[in-house]
Design a protein around this ligand. Structure first.
Ligand code: GLC
Length: 469
């Protein structure tokens, strides 16, 4: 393995490590901007620590995610997308983040401990791949409770298409997929009570009205949650209100659920748990619904839905390509259409793929937060999905783009540093050749350490493959 990169990644992750007041340890995504524990970030951090050989830290990172799991009420089982740092007296003293950011986030979420939404449910695959029997046994019940929560609370139509209640749940915080829902709120003329004053992501502020709309969406969601908890509205009414507020059926989220319910089933089998087969069946049910309902044969990709009644979210983002990371979700003929979409220079094959929006779309901005920029965790999922497709269909055509994405991701990290996100290329294809590399968001950002796993893949499953130009 590349020694210099390994050392740099170890240094990055260890530098962001946190010990909580109650003795847990985890890795914060970045100093100052992101002091808390984030659900999917920690799954990536755990993989990275496992890869550079710190198994104990990797397992602790995953354990710490269950500190603030909801243990009662209608949302019992939910894992929060953020577990806040700074509430314990020992934490408040540690650094700036312990004070001002903590107070601001408690006010935003109305809770001293954690946020009220979740994030991509990728923990079961992580636990399966880097855990051992002992960790599986320890985390079986809380993990099962988390996926039970998804199945119980997020399938309001009972059709196997699970919904997000806020765009932040998808992890792609500013994705144009949410624009229609967000603009409806932003254009209402209301001013949100809170705004993310802490962000140093200047590109996230380019569209101030969208930023405000995301905070309005949170306010409205919190009002529905509170009414349900207080008993002023019943569960079906609350579910309907949440659907019409956002009700986002995101194809990448379905893909994560398919892969992770499958991983949970396999852990359960190894532990002799009778519920295991039920999780495998749920994974299949979701996969069937996605292929039956979301595939658009004319367009050649999966299309998200939102709202109630559900309508297509037509923005073309990276999300349909991530369906390839959903175990055996995508059938062969559809995988080929997705591959054609990926390598189309007018749409996704930019100088540093994968852009988080298609180059042809009006909102495409190669430098902007989740609206066309490139993210290392997205690339990691895609490379994994392409390698899996090559194996599953015994078809080598998936490997040259995978090799190119892995190489360029490693190069970006080596040249520009561990940034939160990167420039994907030029606005127009004709500008790609003169375009320079650039990174954005906080420096020393944790999940960009996944470059280490991409470098590993270059020496193993992608060794000897000629990269696509
Ligand atoms: C941003 C990202 C989100 C991530 C968080 C912490 O909000 O959009 O996906 O989990 O930062 O890194």
């Amino acid at each position: 393995m590349n020694q210099t990169l390994t050392r740099a990644v170890r240094d990055l992750i260890e530098g962001n490590r946190v010990v909580t007041g109650d003795g847990h340890r985890y890795t914060r995504p970045a100093q100052r901007t992101y002091p808390h524990q984030w659900l999917w970030d920690s799954c990536f951090h755990a993989r990275i620590q496992f890869l550079f050989g710190d198994r104990a830290a990797a397992h602790d990172e995953l354990r710490a995610l269950f500190r603030a799991q909801v243990d009662s009420g209608p949302d019992r089982g939910r894992l929060p997308h953020m577990t806040l740092f700074g509430g314990h007296p020992a934490e408040a003293l540690q650094d700036d983040a312990g004070g001002s950011q903590y107070a601001r986030d408690v006010a935003l979420w109305g809770d001293a401990r954690a946020s009220s939404i979740t994030q991509p449910p990728i923990i079961a695959e992580t636990v399966r791949e880097i855990g051992d029997l002992e960790l599986w046994r320890e985390l079986w019940l809380p993990m099962a409770a988390y996926y039970d929560w998804w199945l119980r609370r997020r399938d309001p139509r009972g059709d196997g298409l699970l919904v997000c209640h806020h765009v932040w749940e998808t992890g792609a915080d500013a994705s144009p997929r949410a624009d229609a829902a967000i603009l409806r709120l932003a254009n209402s003329g209301r001013t949100p009570r809170a705004l993310d004053k802490g962000t140093i992501n200047v590109t996230a502020k380019k569209r101030a009205e969208l930023l405000a709309g995301r905070f309005l969406m949170l306010e409205d969601l919190q009002a529905i949650d509170q009414a349900e908890l207080a008993g002023t509205i019943d569960e079906p009414t609350a579910a309907r209100q949440r659907l019409s507020l956002y009700g986002h059926v995101a194809v990448d989220m379905q893909a994560y659920l398919v892969a992770n319910l499958g991983a949970l089933a396999r852990i359960g089998e190894a532990l002799g748990q009778p519920e295991a087969a039920g999780y495998a069946a749920q994974a299949e049910r979701i996969a069937e619904a996605v292929n039956r309902e979301l595939w658009d044969d004319e367009l050649g990709y999966y299309v998200d839905r939102w709202g109630d009644p559900a309508r297509p979210a037509t923005a073309l983002t990276h999300a349909p390509l991530l369906a390839l990371a959903g175990a055996d979700l995508v059938p062969r003929d559809r995988a080929e259409r997705l591959l054609a979409l990926l390598v189309d220079p007018e749409r996704f094959w930019t100088r540093w793929p994968l852009p988080t929006a298609s180059r042809q779309e009006p909102y495409f901005d190669p430098d902007e937060y989740w609206r066309g920029s490139t993210w290392i965790n997205v690339n990691w999922f895609l490379v994994r999905g392409l390698c899996a497709a090559a194996r599953r269909f015994d078809d080598e055509r998936y490997l040259p783009p995978a090799r190119a994405i892995a190489e360029r991701s490693v190069a970006l990290v080596e040249d520009v540093g561990f940034r939160e996100y990167y420039r994907s290329g030029a606005r127009q294809l004709s500008g790609d050749a003169n375009c320079s590399e650039a990174g954005f968001g906080p420096e020393r950002f944790g999940w960009s350490g996944l470059a280490l796993d991409l470098a590993r893949a270059l020496d193993h499953e992608l060794a000897g493959v000629k990269p696509l130009r």
